[in-house]
Ligand binder design. Structure first.
Ligand SMILES: C[S@@+](CC[C@H](N)C(=O)[O-])C[C@H]1O[C@@H](n2cnc3c(N)ncnc32)[C@H](O)[C@@H]1O
Length: 341
């Protein structure tokens, strides 16, 4: 079946990679069909709905694609020719969302009204705009309008509830919960597998990993951070394996995935070493810890050129995402494989 996935517009590339990484990590059979602005079409089975709903950070909702109409003038003609019988005996609601400024000449309210009328005429189903049994969603984006049955929605409020300032222990270096979750997802790891954040700080990545039922390990060179991470995990009723250790000499056995945000040499402590030196030694150390052909997601200020360092150490660089944080900090987030042919 073709599945439409509505993505957040907060970053131009991470949301698409997150979908791919979650499904590859969970070893689900699927293939990507096409990408549009904030919308992705994939081919796969309905088990995908639950997985994306539980794990997604930059994934908003999605479901079975009913029709893709690329030409405005065909819109109502095509909708009249769809078999809507799957809605027979169920209440439904129609909501249309426009991404940016696409198809400005079409009124989304008008499309909602007309589409609702067509479906009602074809099925005799009841319209319910409060809590229908089925939401029919129309997304207007650069490829036209995509109409799908909304089969899952992620809970976006949860990330706000877990923002760093709401936790028991706060430190300014902590990333927000949504981005922390995306980092964990990008290392393509499956439920039950062993996950490591070797610069764990306040434990933001460990919280997200534990909530996704990974076996989480975290280490940090600073005892204050280890204690803080423990308190933060406990605050959400979670536990992880916490270790006081230098990431350049890790007392940890094999892991299935690593996601981490090393110090930037700004607010966070580097204990007198340059960031480049720490990252270079860390990449060397972790070659023997991350299982072969498994993935690591790691960030650093863009000028560090972490992708070059990773290549020098024999990793295969799969993705580079650029994220502007403020005037003087642009972050590179890379996904590498501990490659062995
Ligand atoms: C950017 S912060 C990590 C933030 C974390 N993602 C969070 O949610 O709080 C970087 C962390 O690396 C730690 N660190 C610095 N040098 C280290 C080293 N050589 N080994 C392990 N941890 C180190 C710092 O103590 C700091 O907590």
């Amino acid at each position: 079946m073709l599945i439409a996935i509505l993505l957040s517009g907060e970053h131009p590339s991470i949301p698409y990679s997150e979908v791919n990484a979650i499904l590859k990590g969970e070893e689900v059979l699927f293939n990507e069909v096409s990408r549009f602005d904030q919308l992705m079409i994939i081919n796969g089975g309905k088990e995908i709905f639950k997985i994306l709903e539980k794990r997604g950070a930059y994934i908003i909702e999605g479901g079975r694609l009913i029709v893709h109409i690329s030409n405005i003038s065909d819109l109502f003609y095509q909708c009249n020719n769809i078999d809507w019988s799957f809605l027979e005996g169920r209440s439904f609601g129609v909501r249309v969302k426009r991404i940016k400024d696409y198809w400005r000449e079409v009124s989304s309210v008008e499309v909602e009204r007309k589409l609702g009328g067509i479906i009602k005429k074809c099925t005799n189903s009841k319209v319910d705009l409060e809590s229908p049994e089925v939401w029919i969603r129309g997304i207007i984006t650069n490829g036209g309008i995509f109409i799908y049955e909304c089969n899952f929605m992620t809970n976006r409020k949860k990330f706000v509830e877990r923002r760093p300032r709401k936790r028991a222990f706060f430190h300014p270096g902590a990333l927000d919960a949504k981005l922390s979750r995306a980092f964990v997802n990008l290392c393509r790891i499956k439920k039950g597998e062993k996950f490591l954040d070797p610069f764990c700080g306040t434990g933001g990545f460990l919280i997200e990993a534990e909530l996704m039922e990974l076996e989480a390990y975290g280490s940090d060179i600073d005892l204050r951070m280890i204690k803080g991470a423990y308190r933060n995990l406990k605050y959400y009723g979670l536990e992880a394996n916490l270790i006081l250790a230098d990431a350049r000499k890790l007392p940890i056995n094999k892991v299935d995935g690593i996601s981490t945000d090393p110090p930037y040499g700004r607010g966070t402590s580097t204990k007198g070493r340059s960031i480049k030196e720490i990252i270079s030694n860390f990449l060397e150390e972790v070659k023997g810890i991350l299982r072969k052909n498994r993935f690591m997601c790691i960030a650093s200020p863009r000028e560090v050129k972490i992708e070059e360092e990773a290549r020098k150490k024999g990793y295969k660089v799969h993705e580079i995402h650029i994220m502007k944080v403020h005037k003087s900090l642009t972050r590179s987030i890379i996904v590498v494989e501990n490659y062995e042919c």
